[in-house]
Design a protein around this ligand. Structure first.
Ligand code: PHE
Length: 509
């Protein structure tokens, strides 16, 4: 921008302030107000802050102490030590005892106390004891003091004329006045001074043409045709403006949408399920042994009301699953070889994974081929820390088709994470009771490998009872764990803390 462009973009008030600054050396806003012939200090300050934002002036702030008298009536009275000294000289010939002085009606007893204190401090009197009485003899200094004006008295006079700033006063005298009760008040005031910057001085040196401008075109101006004669202030599209944040969707909602689209685009359909489940569907159908540690109360939230469900609608499957657990049924497996308990299977719980959604989907309609996914909340009875939440969202899915194989599964997982902008994942062997082979997907994040989820091919113990004889590729990933590297979060809990600043700044795409 040339200097002329800069001048062009100055408002009427800004121009006035710049011109005033040509004449004054580091003035206060009040001085600028007078010099520029403006009406209100806010006009100066408004223009000044814009000029400061444009780099044309600086506004220096200095905090100083300002002194004023608490009561000027009090201050107009003679200092009590003077009155008392004079009384000792004139009434008692220069020497008096405190009891004599107490009898005087020229001052109050409380004033006498204060006066004696100051006489001692200022060396106006010599004090000695006589029995229980104290004698005061006025010194030469005391005599001289009566005809001269002390530093403190001079300061009081100045203060009667008006408040004083720190730099204009004698600090010793201030110190003395501060010791007197209810006399002086001290306030901190901010003093501002405006000064042209180097580029401001260049602008100020040029010819600045001042015209009254209007900032807003009103209906009246349009109707009357008055707009023809006024100068309208031009917009500065580069001017600083506060960022305004409107309502927006939670980043998790947006991430879920992105995941949903990724699967839909890969030809999957979406399925859902309930939070409330039976142990049978959540675990037994998935060939998870009834004494498996994941079934323990400290890992699973069991419900007490209702504490069991009736499985009679699924009686046929229940009987097959019992046999699968006990002896492998027709799957070729030996099973877990224990006595399976219907009671254990009837227990109610909050689903611990969304694998229950996909397994129910297979049971409902086992006709091949199909591929489905679900995104849903799961619950685990475990302690919260920087990578664990007791409630989190799982991204689940299965591919059911005749020729599905492990290579397809790995490719699919990599492709999904690539679409989530995670180019590099690690796949390593793992164990789940319902898959063989099983794998875990990990990402290198914050200097260590973090598990994103598990996957595998459902075992025949899982698929055969449901009438599926083909390999089923299955996986379940954590949504929040995925969000961590995507958003660069070190703590998983930050996602749900709802820090307004964070929410405002998260990109909406
Ligand atoms: N259900 C497993 C979990 O919650 C993930 C998984 C799903 C593993 C499907 C293998 C197959 O961690």
């Amino acid at each position: 921008m040339t200097e002329h462009d800069i001048i062009d973009r100055l408002s009427f008030l800004e121009k006035k302030v710049i011109i005033a600054l040509r004449e004054l050396d580091c003035p206060t806003p009040e001085e600028v107000l007078t010099e520029a012939g403006l009406n209100q200090l806010v006009e100066v300050m408004n223009a000044a802050s814009w000029l400061q934002a444009k780099g044309l002036i600086t506004i220096e702030e200095k905090i100083t102490r300002k002194y004023s008298l608490k009561s000027s009536e009090n201050a107009r009275k003679e200092l009590p030590e003077k009155t008392v000294t004079r009384t000792i000289l004139t009434v008692f010939n220069g020497k008096a005892t405190t009891s004599q002085l107490k009898g005087s009606d020229t001052f109050k007893p409380s004033e006498l106390q204060i006066a004696l204190g100051w006489i001692r401090k200022k060396g106006w009197g010599e004090f000695s004891k006589e029995g229980s009485d104290t004698i005061v003899i006025v010194t030469q200094k005391g005599r001289d003091a009566l005809d001269t004006e002390g530093e403190d008295e001079r300061l009081i006079k100045q203060l009667i004329d008006g408040d004083l700033m720190e730099e204009d006063v004698d600090m010793d005298a201030i110190g003395q006045l501060k010791q007197r009760k209810d006399f002086l008040s001290e306030r901190l005031v901010t003093e501002r001074r405006l000064a042209l910057t180097e580029s401001g001085s260049k602008i100020a040196a040029l010819d600045i043409d001042i015209k009254e401008e209007i900032g807003q075109l009103t209906p009246e101006l349009i109707a009357s045709g008055g707009w023809r004669d006024v100068e309208i202030r031009r917009y500065d599209v580069k001017a600083f403006a506060p960022v305004i944040y409107g309502g927006r969707r939670h980043p998790i909602t947006l991430l879920i949408e992105k995941i949903r689209n990724a699967f839909l685009n890969m030809g999957f359909s979406e399925i859902t399920g309930d939070y409330f489940e039976s142990a049978f569907w959540n675990m037994d159908v998935l060939f998870t042994a009834q004494d498996h540690p994941a079934r323990e109360l400290q890992d699973t939230f069991y419900l007490s009301n209702p504490d069991k469900v009736d499985l009679s609608n699924d009686a046929e499957l229940v009987d097959i699953v019992r046999q699968v657990h006990e002896n492998g049924w027709k799957t070729g497996s030996l099973g877990w070889r224990y006595a399976w308990s219907l009671e254990e299977a009837q227990r109610t719980l909050l689903r611990t994974h969304t694998t229950v959604n996909t397994i129910r989907r297979i049971a409902e309609d086992p006709k091949l081929p199909f591929k489905v996914f679900s995104i849903g909340r799961v619950f685990r009875n475990e302690a919260m820390d920087s990578t664990h939440l007791p409630e989190f969202v799982q991204i689940e899915g299965i591919v059911c088709e005749e020729d599905a194989n492990f290579g397809m599964l790995c490719t699919l997982l990599k492709e999904f994470y690539r679409r989530m902008d995670i180019p590099k994942i690690r796949i390593r062997p793992s164990y789940y009771p319902y898959t063989e082979p099983s794998l875990d997907v990990e990402i290198f994040f914050n200097d260590q490998w973090m598990e994103l989820g598990g996957a595998g091919i459902f075992r025949p113990e899982v698929t055969e009872p449901l009438g599926v004889h083909a390999p089923v590729l299955a996986w379940g990933f954590g949504l929040e764990r995925l969000a961590m590297p995507v958003w660069g979060l070190n703590d998983i809990r930050d996602i749900y803390i709802s820090d307004i600043d964070w929410l405002k700044k998260m990109p909406q795409v």
